[in-house]
Design a protein around this ligand. Structure first.
Ligand code: TYD
Ligand code: MG
Length: 456
């Protein structure tokens, strides 16, 4: 614990959200996480307020005076990453890549160096790995760029000095939790240290117009500060997700000042690093069981891209008094709601049965259009009737048991047709505007009973 003195004042800071308080709490009043308040030195004098700006003075401008030349985007060489970034890297952009340790953040960034190196000099700062380790990994990834400069350093001032001297076109910081600003008394990885180091790097990089990638570990036990404490500082927040047991990784955009936030990128981790998955629907549907009840294919939108995913439902008699409900990749409360609607409006009874829902491939179905496939997979398991494997369903379920219309009908149908599905269940209202494809049956359904009967 830091000792108190008048010079080094301490405060309790939540390592999840950065909430600051003079007294300790067991549960953070701001983000409601338990046991995340840590005592830290607070910067009495803002260490990071050194002027890194080249001009030194601030001036006001009208919009017409501002030259939008900077909008030219650099490609990273990975199309999936470009898509998530909104088309490429914008000059001076600060990008945060968060994710569990070992998910592949360092691999992704080292891999794009080969392509970025063709455009400009790259400074790759690692506070975690030695030069040798990075070299070995680069060899494995086939990165040989002469424009890639490695710096193993954790002191932020030294990094900024190096950056101002070497003038790289791209800066990569791996990871922010190992970085340390000397003027701040707290240990590296603490909230104050992470926040101030990020701001210092940001100020220097914005003044020089250098795009920066910052790697940040997601940490659940609160020992080190997670990406939440700097999300508001940076321009773009990407999360790298995926199950450690499977090789698929999803890159998801949470915040983007230069593009849409709904996009995802899909990768597969192989021996030679990350490989882009060009056809995620095919990947998500591979290995689907045949002639088994309780599985249904859903069509959801991730940003501008339609994705087909397999939804599995399992219903079995309850062993104890209380039936269990469990959902992986689907909202738990939404599942309870759907079960209630199925009982009350459609006459399918689940009250003495356990119900489980699982979405394959580590995907999360947050879109209302996933309601219908989830409900159908549960009914299929309840009745032990197989849903044909050329059927796709999408539609939102209302509390009256009605199927409500959804958006992006054309892209959804297009994707299903492309992957060879022959029967598409969609909301009745959407049927009118939908274009027909040869050999594909479009069935507009009004309520959940209709929908299930249309399958048989
Ligand atoms: P890494 O990028 O070090 O993760 P992070 O920086 O997010 O902590 O990824 C490490 C994991 O990736 C490790 O478990 C090994 C695996 N990996 C491969 O499967 N193939 C490869 O070519 C590389 C470089 C790593
Ligand atoms: Mg790493």
């Amino acid at each position: 614990m830091p000792s108190k003195s008048s010079k080094n004042k301490t405060a309790y800071i939540c390592s999840q959200c950065g909430f600051e308080s003079p007294k300790w709490y067991g549960k953070c009043p701001s983000c409601n996480e338990w046991n995340t308040m840590q005592e830290e030195f607070v910067a009495t004098q803002r260490a990071a307020s050194k002027p890194y700006s080249r001009t030194g003075t601030s001036k006001i401008h009208t919009l017409s005076e501002i030259n939008p030349d900077g909008e030219k985007r650099c490609k990273t060489g990975l199309r999936e990453l470009d898509r998530v970034l909104g088309g490429g890297i914008v000059p001076g952009e600060l990008m945060l890549i968060g994710g569990d340790p070992g998910i592949g953040k360092s691999t992704l960034l080292l891999q794009i160096c080969e392509h970025l190196g063709k455009q400009a000099k790259i400074m790759y700062v690692s506070g975690e790995e030695s030069l040798r380790q990075i070299k070995l990994r680069a060899d494995r990834l086939g990165v040989q760029s002469q424009n890639l400069y490695i710096l193993c350093e954790t002191d932020v001032d030294t990094i900024i000095d190096n950056m101002l001297r070497e003038k790289p076109g791209f800066l990569i910081i791996d990871s922010i939790q190992t970085m340390n600003l000397e003027a701040i008394a707290s240990a590296s990885g603490s909230v104050t240290q992470v926040r101030e180091s990020t701001s210092a790097i940001m100020r220097a990089a914005k003044a020089e117009d250098v795009p920066v990638f910052i790697v940040s570990h997601v940490n659940k036990d609160g020992a080190i500060a997670g990406p939440k404490v700097m999300e508001h500082i940076v321009d773009c927040v990407l999360y790298f997700e995926g199950d450690r047991n499977t090789s698929y990784r999803i890159l998801r955009c949470i915040k983007n000042r230069y593009g849409s936030t709904n996009e995802i990128g899909v990768f597969e981790m192989c021996d030679q690093g990350l490989r882009e998955v060009e056809n995620p629907s095919l990947m998500l549907l591979s290995g689907r069981p045949h002639n088994v009840s309780g599985t249904c294919v859903a069509c959801i939108m991730e940003g501008t891209r339609p994705l087909l995913a397999e939804v599995q439902g399992l219903v079995s008699p309850t062993g104890f008094g209380n039936p269990r409900r469990m959902a992986t990749g689907f909202d738990y409360n939404r599942l309870s709601l759907l079960l209630a609607v199925l009982e009350k409006r459609a006459g399918y009874f689940f009250s003495n049965l356990d119900a489980y829902v699982n979405v394959i491939g580590g995907l999360r179905l947050d879109e209302p259009a996933a309601d219908m496939p989830v409900a159908l997979s549960l009914i299929s398991s309840l009745k032990d009737q197989v849903i044909g494997d050329k059927i796709v369903a999408f539609g939102e379920i209302g509390l009256a048991g009605e199927i409500r219309s959804v958006s992006n009908i054309e892209s959804r149908i297009g994707e299903a047709v492309r992957l060879g599905f022959t029967k598409i269940l969609l909301p009745h209202q959407n049927l009118k505007g939908a274009s027909r494809h040869e050999g594909v049956e479009l069935v507009g359904v009004k309520n959940i009973r209709d929908a299930y009967e249309a399958l048989l």
